[in-house]
Design a protein around this ligand. Structure first.
Ligand SMILES: Cc1ncc(COP(=O)(O)O)c(C=O)c1O
Length: 423
């Protein structure tokens, strides 16, 4: 009898006696026992599935997926995506370096970022990346000077600020006039006209990115329509645009609520852009990486909080996963070796010396005790990438599970690693 294929990602397996959370079929408890906690675990199958769902949804419409490295740029993950045919969006010269180490060609890299230093710009020009997504008239002038000095024609896209509300958290909305990102629409149009007499700059695209964790198609559709409209206008004026860059931003379901499917998302973008005949570039990060990762942590202590609830103190907190403290964001938390449902009332907190170091507020879970291992779900994006050494906490180890086997893709940092930079 043919075996049914193993599901991708994180799911519960129950053999009648034990209930276990597994990643691509491997028990998280076993990985935690071998590698210790806190620990990031990623599913290669889920990364592939999420990438391919978006890529396949274009159904032949010309496009390029530039995975946003800021979501997670661990080398093995970048390499896995490169092997699938991905390109990348880099937000610093250091992300460009990581992309190069992961095997991405310069022509597969777009360089975004609201504050690129002159050194970063020069490195990107010298490398000859696919495009530098320009955030201001000043940045364009700096690029022009670099291009002239190096005798290069610099490929640029202008990032427009479309004044569109992404309706996501204020900290991750980027498309409003009051946000620091991009060039206001009128100014962008005027800036483009100056390019006619600036031979060291070549305009290859117009760019928009209105925010992250966007859970309704409307802002994405409106931003795409606007970028397509401006692009058509410029094509009609004789600007030989090569593509339109619609940024990233597609949200994921952290709490089981509805989010647009990859197919609906891509269909909306294609519908908005088709009349220009331009290929579409997108820069998804979260939608690919978030569900493919879990942060695995161990309970250190349980102590009374109120008459009805207890604190559960775990060995991962805002240093390993900053999102809850930074945005008040929600992540499912569940024990890895016991059924996930229960009616004990817990505040799940990290070990860091900040009262904002709360990983999960107001949770109902089965009884937890010191030594139990829990998984914080959907932590593959903006998790390890945002980790810090606050309280001198070492960066956690990272493990990639692939085809039923797992390997460490980043070893746990040591104090000596940290101190090696200091005198
Ligand atoms: C310019 C740009 N592109 C892409 C992304 C990736 O966004 P997301 O991870 O929401 O897809 C970001 C993140 O905010 C961004 O600023």
């Amino acid at each position: 009898m043919a075996q049914s294929p193993r599901p991708a990602g994180f799911y519960r397996q129950n053999d009648g006696q034990h209930d276990a959370l597994v990643c691509d079929g491997v028990a998280l408890a076993a990985i935690a026992a071998a590698e210790g906690t806190p620990l990031y675990v990623y599913s290669a199958a889920m990364l592939r599935e999420r990438y391919q769902a978006i890529d396949g949804a274009f159904q032949g419409y010309p496009h390029a997926l530039h995975y946003a490295l800021k979501a997670n740029s661990t080398l093995a993950i970048a390499r896995l995506l490169r092997d699938l045919g991905s390109s990348v969006d880099a937000n610093s010269v250091w992300e460009i370096e990581v992309a190069r180490k992961a095997g991405f060609e310069p022509s597969h890299i777009v360089f975004t970022g609201v504050g690129k230093t002159p050194d970063e710009l020069e490195a990107a020009v010298a490398l000859g990346v696919k495009a530098i997504n320009v955030e201001s008239a000043g940045e364009l002038a700096r690029l022009e000077a670099i291009g002239t000095r190096l005798g290069r024609v610099v490929r640029v896209a202008i990032r427009m600020n479309p004044d569109i509300d992404a309706n996501s958290h204020p900290h991750i909305s980027t498309g409003l006039k009051i946000n620091k990102f991009g060039v206001p629409l009128d100014e962008a149009r005027a800036l483009v006209q100056t390019l006619k007499s600036r031979p060291s700059l070549a305009l290859v695209a117009m760019h928009v990115h209105v925010g992250s964790q966007i859970t309704s198609l409307d802002p994405l559709r409106r931003a795409a329509a606007l970028a397509a409209g401006v692009s058509l206008e410029l094509q009609q004026q004789g600007f030989p645009l090569e593509y339109v860059d619609l940024g990233g931003g597609l949200g994921v379901s952290y709490d089981g609520g509805d989010v647009p499917s990859a197919a609906d998302y891509v269909a909306a973008l294609v519908e908005a852009v088709r009349h220009t005949s331009l290929p579409i570039v997108i820069e998804p990060g979260r939608a690919i990486a978030a569900p493919a990762g879990a942060l695995v942590a161990r309970v250190i202590d349980v102590k009374a909080r109120t008459a009805e609830s207890d604190f559960v103190i775990i060995d991962a907190g805002m240093t390993e996963l900053m999102r809850p403290a930074l945005y008040g964001s929600y992540h499912r938390i569940e024990p890895v070796a016991a059924p996930p449902a229960g009616d004990h009332h817990y505040e799940i907190v990290g070990p860091v010396c900040e009262s904002s170091d709360v990983v999960g507020r107001d949770r109902r879970l089965p009884l937890l005790k010191a030594g139990d291992v829990v998984a914080i779900r959907d932590a593959g994006a903006y998790g390890s990438a945002m980790a810090s050494n606050y309280n001198r906490r070492p960066l956690p180890a990272e493990v990639l599970v692939d085809a039923g086997a797992w390997r460490v893709i980043r070893r746990r940092q040591t104090v000596d690693d940290m101190l090696s930079l200091e005198t």
